[in-house]
Design a protein. Structure first.
Length: 153
């Protein structure tokens, strides 16, 4: 499934220095994903992966951070993986499909959203600590908007 494969890609680029599409393809195959180079290329484009200079001086794939004009990178994850979102004061709880919490959490973390202190993900639940109630309200509203964004699906 595409969502699971793309979540695995996010995990791989976070854990490993991946320089080329070929390297990513090989890693995916080692993880049991039998895909073509064309599929990997489409995933990279759809996920808006970028190349950044690593600490070793070599360019590697990374998740694109959201800009001021873009609420979240990888917004397709929010439309396909997030099931429910709610908050209580400065704690936001995001429920996802099984196995998708870490991918959604990684996409959320990549935004460096103001007011978010930190997050933790399990298998299907994410806890996000915010600085204030207003940050929680804004985050929940943004995620609900993304969950219903039919242009992304």
């Amino acid at each position: 499934m595409k969502v699971n494969r793309q979540a695995k890609i996010l995990e791989l680029i976070k854990e490993h220095s991946i320089e080329t599409q070929s390297d990513l393809l090989d890693m995916l195959k080692n993880e049991g994903y039998h895909v073509t180079q064309a599929t990997v290329s489409r995933d990279i484009k759809e996920m808006r992966l970028i190349k950044v200079l690593g600490s070793d001086g070599v360019y590697q794939y990374a998740a694109e951070a959201a800009s001021d004009k873009e609420d979240f990178s990888h917004s397709y994850l929010f439309t396909t993986a997030v099931v429910k979102v709610d908050y209580s004061h400065s704690l936001v709880v995001i429920k996802t499909r099984s196995g998708m919490a870490q991918a959604v959490c990684a996409a959320l973390d990549a935004t460096n959203r103001p007011g978010v202190l930190g997050s933790i993900a399990g298998d299907d639940t994410i806890f996000v600590a915010t600085r204030a109630d207003a940050a929680s309200v804004a985050l929940v509203a943004d995620i609900k908007r993304l969950m219903s964004d039919t242009d992304i699906r």
